[in-house]
Write a protein that binds this ligand. Structure first.
Ligand code: UD1
Ligand code: UDP
Length: 354
């Protein structure tokens, strides 16, 4: 069996790491295709190095541009590789433009598609990610879900064949990274630059288009963040760096901006943070696994179980309430495991091997 995996954006490297290991352990040939959607060292290569992902066999270098232009270039590039390589499966992760391009190229060539992190829904079709994940699910043959709710979401759309609840592959990566960091924490702490950290800080990530590309909402968010009475550590995504320049916004001195960090540094920062402020999908789960309260800077979330558990609050439209929500944030008394046991990758590879 040969499986061709299409990845291209930061969260996909993090998701692919344990699955690549599981393929190697099972002796199954895996061809990695990197679309190049993310291309800076700290958005791409650092994850290959830290998480020991094998180098991609094909690097397409197709990042940048509008959604249509980027997805179109990827479709063309992936189609060419698939026509020559003819894998038994094409594996895609999550909900980026790379996900959709990989799934669509394969489906049109009648190559079975396997979607990892299938069935997530925000029910907000203005999000590019929602379009990407709905379309990908509907052309997929095997749909691996992180939660029972995702399975139910698919059922509501008439998709039941090939659906399997395996748990979340990010839990696998998180578990692995915790073990690595535990053994080498001094080394990674040095990279995370502990001198800049106050005793108590909030970890911030912000990059979603519905925040950065809406000038009114983006300005309101920055104003609220500037008014916080806690140090904020902010690894800045390239999209956000551009948006701050474009809107001529500056950040308060209590907001320590750094370049995006590798996954192991992120695990350390998360471990020390009092609170996570984020519009990222992955970080909401990682905050939960690390028992750190999270304020999600969006109008809805796909990871509703974390909200129901009391560990995640969704900001919504009332951006002005951000500072109060931060001040009031407290870890709840109880915590139950969510999104699997950290062995999702093994289940995926086993399911594809049958
Ligand atoms: C993409 C995904 C989003 C995901 C995020 C993860 C889509 C539609 N969106 O958003 O779901 O949460 O990745 O981080 O696929 N850029 C650089 N250097 C890089 C990468 C990007 O400068 O290494 C710049 C690009 O040129 C572009 C901007 O950042 O101007 C946005 O990149 P893009 O890949 O279009 O979208 P993301 O916001 O990263
Ligand atoms: N992440 C990281 N370094 C950073 C910011 C995020 O390693 O500077 C990790 C984060 O821990 C999570 C993943 O990137 O595992 C989330 O990716 P991102 O927020 O880019 O995308 P999303 O999850 O929103 O699709």
């Amino acid at each position: 069996m040969k499986c061709l995996t299409v990845i291209g954006a930061r969260p996909q490297f993090i998701k692919a790491a344990p699955v690549s290991r599981a393929f190697a352990a099972a002796g199954i040939e895996q061809v990695l295709v990197h679309t190049g959607q993310h291309y800076d060292f700290e958005m791409s290569e650092v994850f290959f190095q830290e998480l020991e992902i094998p180098p991609p066999r094909h690097s397409l270098g197709l990042g940048g541009g509008t959604h249509g232009a980027m997805t179109g270039r990827m479709l063309e590039g992936i189609e060419k590789i698939l026509s020559e390589d003819r894998p038994d499966w094409v594996l895609v992760y999550g909900d980026t433009n790379s996900t959709l391009a990989g799934a669509l190229a394969a489906a049109k060539l009648h190559i079975p598609v396997c979607h990892v992190e299938s069935g997530l829904r925000s029910w907000n079709r203005r999000m590019p990610e929602e379009i990407n994940r709905v379309l990908t699910d509907h052309v997929s043959n095997r749909l691996f879900c992180s939660s029972e709710l995702a399975v139910e979401n698919l059922r509501r759309e008439g998709i039941t064949a090939g659906v399997e609840m395996v748990g979340d592959v990010m839990a696998d990566t998180n578990k692995l990274a915790q073990e690595v960091v535990a053994g080498r924490s001094a080394e990674f702490w040095k990279a995370a630059n502990p001198d800049m950290l106050a005793d108590e800080f909030a970890l911030l990530t912000l990059h979603r288009a519905e925040n950065t590309d809406d000038p009114v909402r983006f300005r309101a968010l920055v104003e609220q963040l500037n008014s916080l009475n806690i140090q904020v550590v902010f690894p800045v995504h390239p999209r956000t760096r551009k948006a701050l320049l474009r809107e001529e916004l500056s950040l308060g001195d209590h907001i320590v901006t750094i370049d995006p960090v590798g996954y192991l540094e992120m695990v350390l920062l998360l471990d020390q943070a009092r609170l996570v402020l984020t519009d990222s999908g992955g970080l909401q789960k990682e905050a939960y696994w690390g028992k750190t309260p999270c304020l999600t800077l969006r109008t809805e979330t796909e990871w509703v179980e974390t909200v129901e558990a009391g560990w995640n609050v969704v900001l919504g439209d009332e951006v002005e309430s951000l500072a109060n929500l931060v001040a009031e944030s407290e870890p709840p008394a109880s915590w139950e495991p969510l999104y699997g046991d950290g062995n999702a990758a093994g289940r995926i590879v086993a399911a594809l091997s049958i």
